[in-house]
Write a new protein. Structure first.
Length: 456
């Protein structure tokens, strides 16, 4: 579930996540219509940064460059020899934004974290991977079917990732969530289907203009395709969706005749407007915002979300002006000026006016729940601050009809976060520090339920 941040959280993020510049990052320059990939390798040692840069198309690798962390929490990468300057700002855990300046050119560039943390067990590839491509005319969906090394006619789970552009591994916060699931389920006799979301990995299409309903259509197309594969049991197709995928799973399962059941992991079942407010409150609170500031922030964020909810093609100019005014004043009140202020304003406006959030804010999640007609297993993390367990569990129980209650199981895992990790502080920062993704408890619960459904 993407965290829709207002400026209050962006201010906190610039300082809270500064220590996490370290890692490998990939971006792409657009130079006169030509795409030029740039890779940064950032190492943090003794409170300073060491950076090397790759330019794969130019055959350049491990180019040493200078780096310094400024008081405004920008990491500035420079090279006198190349006449290069690149100030970087951390917008959130997996994204850096900067301006690449060289030879009189000033080119905006966004870097995304490259995940290199692949556990040894997964590297052994305890499954057979068979690639597929689905041509949907407007775009191509590319993915793979992972099966146990021997046998056939496998029951199969289709994995549906959360919000934000994710490839078939569902790499978030340094964890390959779906690669972990593929390894676990194939070792236990299940086939696993994973795919790159539209516009990511080998899939084509425009991710930034797509909505939850668009992503659901892609999942439905994937189900149509795998139902034709002879190695899989078309009567044993079960969806597993995480976060936004936990909303998409019932959206696809309800009308699709080939889907037998679904699991929703930290899926939204509360009204989206209320979910976004709760998410923002808990995130700010977890980052140390004091009570007075938190009260003011909650009020401001509620205004912003209400504007997002009301925004339409007919009134978007007026709504956008109001949003921009609120955000600009907030930036000014926090003493941010100049280029940094503009970066924050642009980032916030991009989030609040995206097609995804406009669509999501209006979704009737209760209607999705009330139309369920398949066995379902909803799993929430007790300490989840992105999709709070109590809010969503109560909404789900309220909306389920008597017949649905008999075929719906709900479980809240104690001391688990949004990624279904066993957590201690349970903040967003801790995601990085915890080993692996899903806890043993969550994996065992899913497998036991899947095997029960298979035998029905």
């Amino acid at each position: 579930m993407r965290t829709l941040l207002s400026l209050a959280i962006l201010f906190l993020s610039l300082s809270t996540f500064a220590q996490n510049f370290k890692g490998d990052w990939e971006g792409e320059l657009n130079v006169m219509g030509q795409r030029l990939p740039i890779i940064l390798h950032i190492v943090n040692t003794d409170n300073s940064y060491q950076v090397t840069m790759d330019s794969p198309k130019q055959g350049a690798k491990d180019i040493p460059v200078d780096a310094s962390l400024k008081e405004n929490q920008q990491l500035v990468v420079q090279s006198g020899a190349m006449g290069l300057e690149l100030p970087l700002t951390k917008l959130h855990e997996d994204t850096l934004q900067g301006i690449f300046s060289q030879g009189g050119m000033n080119i905006p560039i966004t870097f995304y974290r490259i995940n290199n943390q692949v556990i040894a067990e997964v590297q052994t590839h305890n499954f057979k991977a068979t690639s597929f491509n689905i041509d949907l005319q407007s775009h191509l969906i590319s993915g793979e079917v992972d099966t146990p090394l021997s046998g056939d006619n496998f029951p199969v789970v289709v994995l549906i990732s959360g919000s934000g552009p994710q490839d078939r591994n569902s790499t978030v916060f340094g964890h390959d969530l779906f690669l972990e699931l593929a390894n676990y389920f194939t070792k236990n006799g299940w086939a696993v289907v994973r795919f790159d979301e539209r516009g990511t990995g080998k899939s084509t299409g425009n991710f930034s203009t797509s909505t939850t309903t668009d992503f659901a259509k892609d999942v439905s197309a994937v189900v149509d395709h795998i139902a034709t594969l002879p190695s899989l049991n078309k009567n044993q197709i079960i969806l597993i969706g995480h976060s936004e995928g936990g909303i998409i799973a019932p959206m696809v399962a309800q009308p699709h005749p080939q889907v037998k059941a679904f699991i929703s992991l930290a899926g939204v079942t509360a009204a989206p407007k209320e979910l976004l407010k709760a998410q923002a409150h808990l995130t700010a609170q977890s980052q140390g915002m004091n009570e007075a500031a938190l009260k003011a922030y909650d009020s401001l964020y509620a205004q912003q979300i209400e504007l997002v909810y009301k925004r339409s093609p007919e009134n978007k100019d007026s709504i956008d002006a109001q949003l921009q005014s609120l955000i600009a004043q907030q930036i000014k009140d926090n003493g941010v000026t100049g280029e940094q202020a503009q970066i924050m304003l642009d980032a916030a406006m991009a989030q609040f006016t995206s097609p995804w959030i406009s669509h999501f804010a209006r979704m009737n999640v209760s209607d999705i729940t009330q139309n369920l007609n398949k066995p379902a297993f909803y799993i929430f993390g007790e300490k989840d601050i992105q999709v709070p367990a109590e809010l969503n569990k109560l909404s789900l129980e309220k909306d389920l009809k008597e017949k649905q209650q008999a075929q719906t199981q709900i479980k809240v895992l104690a001391d688990h976060n949004h990624l279904m990790q066993k957590c201690t502080t349970c903040t967003l920062d801790e995601y990085w520090d915890l080993e692996g993704g899903y806890s043993t408890e969550s994996l065992t619960l899913m497998l036991e339920w899947l095997n029960e459904i298979k035998d029905m």
